[in-house]
Design a protein around this ligand. Structure first.
Ligand code: COI
Length: 350
């Protein structure tokens, strides 16, 4: 499919201070916009990032047919733009699309379009340490209709943000035992917008009580740890890497599978199994749980310092360079930046 291009009149790159990047507030010059109608993708255009105009009855605004992905691009020492495992994001995007009755986005638009977009906006990929280009592909229903039914038209867009860290310091998280993120048979595994909207209220309550984030527990019993909404959760228990198994209710994170693979390659015992809150807090108290961290594209590896449960805070040991989470963070960074051999074929060169 032909990708057309309308260049920006004047780049906005001079307005961005790459030395002080926050997360998700600056946007690269161009975006890719693809249109779906009459059962097929009709057009793909790269155009200046900017406002789009829609009708108030646009269906995605009412019934939540909206999905997204998150990926990161890096600049290697030799100047190449490298994207970390984008094929995995494409696969997951189309799984989300299927669950939400939306059309699949073909590889030639998702990856082919991304390649072209990154060639055009290469200068927006930060070189500064700890920074990257956050890539946000998303799709939403655009029919102008008030009935509850799948839309017949969609837009698929990719825009890019030069970013710094998502979490700036080790986290204080609270186990959520009242509200739920997802239940069996639901849409928890999909990256649809509604999953994030529903998380705002309980997260806000936790923030008001001095926490940064919540740990979701299973909807049926609230006894088992699921994920954190912005990232999967992982623990070192008696030296083993333990994380909840994915399924209906947990996002199948790309960083999660990356950490698992590296841990296995390093010979660590990896256990994808239910982990109860009781096991977790008792383990922190007894010393068998030595590390807790989140794993996600935006967050990368986010160490957890404190876990709050039923009014009590459980503190993890102070972070050391020899910790698994510190070492895996370094390893992932080196792979993404092309500093070590990419033996697993994870790096996609633009
Ligand atoms: C990501 O890690 O890319 C996410 O989508 C999580 C969050 C920023 C919504």
């Amino acid at each position: 499919m032909q990708i057309t291009f309308d260049p920006i009149a004047k780049s906005r790159i001079d307005q961005v201070d790459f030395k002080q990047l926050s997360f998700g507030r600056s946007f690269a010059d161009h975006m890719l916009v693809a249109e779906y109608a009459d059962g097929a993708w009709q057009s793909v255009n790269i155009q200046p990032y900017g406002p789009l105009s829609y009708q108030p009855a646009m269906m995605s605004l009412h019934y939540g047919q909206a999905i997204f992905e998150g990926m990161k691009g890096y600049r290697s020492a030799s100047g190449d733009v490298l994207v970390f495992r984008p094929e995995e994001n494409l696969k997951r995007f189309n799984k989300s699309a299927h669950r939400m009755c939306m059309p699949e986005v073909p590889e030639e638009i998702f990856l082919g379009g991304l390649k072209k977009l990154l060639e055009i906006d290469k200068a927006w990929v930060p070189q500064e340490e700890g920074c990257s280009l956050y890539i946000r592909p998303f799709m939403f229903a655009t029919d102008e209709y008030v009935g509850v039914t799948p839309s017949t038209t969609y837009k698929f867009i990719i825009f890019n943000c030069p970013v710094g860290s998502y979490y700036a310091k080790p986290l204080k998280v609270r186990v959520e035992t009242q509200y739920i993120r997802s239940a069996k048979g639901g849409v928890g595994f999909a990256k649809n917008a509604g999953n994030y909207g529903g998380s705002l209220y309980p997260t806000q309550q936790a923030i008001q009580d001095g926490y940064d984030q919540i740990i979701w527990t299973d909807a049926a019993t609230h006894q088992f740890v699921e994920e954190a909404g912005t990232m999967n959760l992982m623990f070192i228990v008696n030296g083993a890497l333990v994380t909840a198994p994915t399924g209906d209710t947990i996002l199948d994170g790309v960083t999660r599978k990356t950490v698992i693979q590296i841990a296995k390659d390093w010979g660590l015992d990896v256990q994808e199994r239910p982990i109860s809150v009781k096991e977790l807090v008792e383990g922190i108290a007894s010393g068998s749980v030595t590390e807790a961290f989140g794993a996600g594209t935006a967050a990368v590896i986010a160490p957890i310092q404190i876990i709050g449960f039923e009014g009590k805070d459980y503190e993890l040991p102070a972070r050391k360079d020899s910790d698994f989470s510190a070492k895996v963070f370094t390893e992932i960074n080196q792979i993404r930046l092309g500093e070590v051999a990419d033996t697993r074929n994870w790096v996609w060169k633009v």
